[in-house]
Design a protein around this ligand. Structure first.
Ligand code: SAH
Length: 234
């Protein structure tokens, strides 16, 4: 008799535990859909591939346990080492501005948590991402491999150098702000390639830089606030 009631209790415990975690997953799906509707689509992002990617990528898996409840809020969140995961709208805006096609190869500077890389990887063919802070690079790599991304390639190093080995790229997305547009990154764009990049030290402006046959076109978009793109210490 004691064994039967013990088993009953055990079943009860595991079924409520399973229901709890399923409930959590559903809650995140609802929050993610609401995030895309209000913050992304609601503010003018239209590219269906971007909307679909942001509905899919589980942002709560890119932040610490204690921040999961606010993972879908309209804000940047800390990821350690004084760095942040960008606001969802900024991720959507920059991804749309890069005008990605399925067969594109994209370079990202500033892997951080890996969230932007995952969104890019849902749309483009290959993503190459460079991060200067070693533990962040290692954590993001482990996370994205665990999540099943096979088209993201990681490098720990100085983003001012880009990643010449796989250049030229169809698009470059820079998620930290250099004081001016790095020439080496422009050189790693294909003709017709687009780079989306925040530029400036205090007052920053988001730019889309398009490489043309004749040179480069620089379109300022709007004012932004990103973490600075730091220089590698010698
Ligand atoms: N894309 C990230 C946001 C990262 S914040 C995400 O989705 O989570 C910007 C990142 O740029 C930080 O992780 C910072 O360490 C990195 N960074 C700053 N200067 C850099 C440089 N010179 N080269 C590469 N990464 C750099």
């Amino acid at each position: 008799m004691a064994i039967v009631s013990y088993l009953c209790l055990l079943t009860l415990f595991f079924s409520s535990w399973a229901a709890g975690s399923a409930g959590e997953k559903e809650r995140f799906v609802i929050q993610r859909k609401a995030m895309v509707e209000r913050q992304i689509k609601g503010r003018g992002i239209q590219d269906p591939a971007v909307l679909e990617a942001m509905r899919k990528v589980e942002r709560h898996r890119f932040v610490d346990e204690r921040l999961k409840p606010i993972a879908y809020d309209d804000t940047t969140l800390p990821i350690g080492y004084g760095q942040t995961i960008s606001q969802p709208y900024m991720v959507g805006f920059m991804t749309e501005a890069a005008q990605l096609k399925r067969e594109d190869r994209v370079l990202e500077i500033g892997t951080g948590s890996g969230y932007q890389a995952a969104v890019l990887a849902e749309i483009a063919k290959e993503v190459y991402t460079v991060e200067i802070v070693e533990p962040l690079a290692a954590k993001a790599k482990e996370r994205l491999i665990r999540m099943g991304y096979t088209n993201v390639h990681f490098k720990q190093g100085d983003g001012y150098e880009g990643w010449p080995k796989f250049a030229p790229y169809d698009a470059i997305v820079v998620t930290a702000a250099p004081p001016k547009i790095p020439e080496k990154l422009v050189e790693q764009l294909k003709v017709g390639g687009r780079m989306v990049i925040p530029v400036g030290s205090f007052d920053q402006e988001l730019y889309r830089v398009t490489r043309t046959k004749e040179g480069v076109e620089k379109e300022p978009i709007f004012g932004v606030r990103f973490v600075p793109m730091v220089k590698q210490k010698e």
